[in-house]
Design a protein around this ligand. Structure first.
Ligand code: BES
Ligand code: MN
Ligand code: ZN
Length: 505
């Protein structure tokens, strides 16, 4: 099953495309300092008898302002939106927001086709190809509407086709632009698959249902190697920590491994490990009822692995990546793990589970030990791990902690380049003291109310000594809480950028 929303994304140049005869539901003109020199724009304005230019001067005064025009006689487009473009100094995420708005408007207007004249202005340090990739990615991922669990009131995305109109590209530049659109489309598809798994209610998205969806990837992408481990397999590998989390649930745990080999056989893989708690009640350390429904998004780390792997396969990327999805449901029952229980992790270290709600680190630690067998170049885990990261950083940035500064820097750069931002928190020796207990080698909580995000990372760092590792806490970024509850598909854009740019040496 493909998770694309749009049927296709085309790139055409206005040197060979008339704006007057474009057969489209919505034509968006992003107006910037270069637009007035575009011949196709001049012709369009002439046909409108100067109405377009006049609308620009009277309505597009403030940054980001826009105006929607009805159909103009002599022009085929059913409606035209004029929007004031950003300047070079605007940061990448502001560009994303602008195009997000365009996708939402297209769906609101029930537009089937969308044509956008982007104009050749882009953020400092970026180029036309960045712009086109961003537009394709952003429109695809914001055309998405979740409606699988509605029968009678389902709204389907109306948008089917996007054409990105460039100004003055031809030959190899135009082919590069088309490649960029393809890349953005594939990233957008990856984002949508991650959103979809997250948005699915927990009773429709158990570890075994995720397993089915992972196995189904093989149909679309035969190149992927897919393995799934059930509870017996996990027990054989001595993953006592992972297994302790699903103990209270009737839904058995699963660990899925997706291998993608597009690079040279000798190149060591990058490993991605995702927290996949399909629902987090907190276990015996039960969560308060407020907004507990949001714990269906507690598998977004695993969903981001799913999304990135599909993007890599869609693009036939020349990289080697192994993705691990550690899935379990955290419930309370007579069989559930109790505070004070001690389990033995795959690493041999024993863990006293002082709080069953600190369960993400318990599945991740065994998955992190497991992934060492791939001799990875770098390991990155993604997890909706702590409420504390929402307090520390707010909703705009994911939290990064690492045992390798170069890797942390590259993650933060990829966040900036993709508009899917991340920010680093320290992970110092001093933070390690909090995992001490009299009853086991480690405790799964420590530090009280202080630096909860860092203490969770400090726990994980006890399992990642053999390789270069970074942890991304996405509790604040993987889903919106208000005003509309929805998955975001983050950090698929960041990870795709990091891996596909091949800047990570
Ligand atoms: N899944 C939660 C973290 C979370 C909170 C994600 C809010 C998204 C939004 C995680 O398993 C958890 O419960 N963490 C505890 C850790 C604590 C017990 C040390 C937390 O943050 O309260
Ligand atoms: Mn929890
Ligand atoms: Zn959790």
């Amino acid at each position: 099953m493909a998770y694309k929303v749009l049927n296709n994304i085309l790139v055409k140049d206005t040197n060979s495309t008339s704006l007057i005869t474009l057969n489209t539901s919505l034509l968006v003109l992003v107006i910037n300092k270069n637009t007035k020199n575009n011949k196709a724009f001049i012709d369009l304005d002439k046909t409108s008898k100067g109405y377009i230019k006049k609308s620009i001067s009277s309505h597009l005064k403030d940054n980001g302002s826009s105006v929607l025009l009805p159909q103009i006689s002599g022009i085929k487009a059913e409606s035209i939106m004029l929007i004031k473009g950003l300047d070079e100094n605007a940061p990448t995420h502001k560009w994303l927001s602008q195009y997000q708005g365009i996708a939402k408007l297209a769906n609101k207007l029930k537009a089937k086709n969308l044509n956008i004249l982007c104009g050749n202005v882009f953020p400092k340090g970026k180029n036309e190809n960045w712009l086109i990739e961003m537009v394709a990615k952003t429109i695809e991922s914001n055309a998405y509407i979740f409606s699988d669990t509605k029968n009678k009131t389902a709204k389907k995305p109306s948008l089917k086709n996007l054409t990105i109109l460039t100004s003055g590209l031809s030959g190899s530049d135009l082919s590069k632009a088309k490649q960029s659109a393809k890349k953005g489309f594939a990233i957008g598809e990856g984002v949508n698959s991650a959103k979809y798994l997250g948005d699915m209610p927990a009773n429709h998205c158990t570890p075994r249902i995720i397993e089915k969806k992972v196995k189904a990837m093989k149909k679309d992408f035969p190149k992927l190697k897919i393995k799934s481990y059930n509870e017996n397999d996990l027990a054989k590998m001595k993953m006592g920590s992972f297994l302790s989390v699903g103990r209270g649930s009737d839904e058995p745990s699963r660990m899925m491994v997706i291998e993608y080999k597009g690079g040279s056989p000798s190149e060591k893989p990058i490993a991605l490990v995702g927290k996949g708690i399909t629902f987090d009640t907190g276990g015996v350390s039960l969560k308060p009822p407020q907004a507990m429904d949001e714990m269906k998004w507690d598998m977004c780390g695993a969903a981001s692995v799913f999304g990135v792997m599909s993007t890599l396969a869609r693009l036939n990327a020349k990289v080697n990546v192994v993705g691990v999805m550690a899935c379990a449901e955290n419930m309370c029952s007579a069989k559930a793990t109790k505070p004070g229980d001690v389990v033995t992790s795959m690493s041999g270290q024993t863990i006293e589970i002082l709080n069953t709600d600190a369960e993400g680190r318990l599945v991740l630690c065994d998955a992190l030990t497991f992934v060492g067998k791939y001799k990875p170049r770098y390991v990155i885990d993604m997890a909706t791990l702590t409420g504390a990261v929402v307090i520390a950083l707010g909703r705009h940035a994911s939290g990064v902690m690492a045992n390798d500064q170069y890797l942390a820097d590259m993650i933060i750069n990829a966040g900036e380049d993709s508009g899917d931002r991340a920010w680093q928190l320290p992970l110092w020796d001093e933070h390690q003291s909090c995992t001490k207990t009299d009853y086991a080698d480690l405790a799964n909580i420590g530090g009280g109310r202080e630096a909860g995000t860092i203490h969770a990372a400090a726990f994980l760092s006890k399992f990642t000594n053999d390789y270069k590792w970074a942890h991304i806490d996405i509790a604040a970024t993987a889903s919106y809480s208000t005003p509309v509850k929805a998955g975001t598909g983050r950090p698929v854009p960041l990870l795709s950028e990091l891996i596909l740019s091949k800047k990570l040496k």
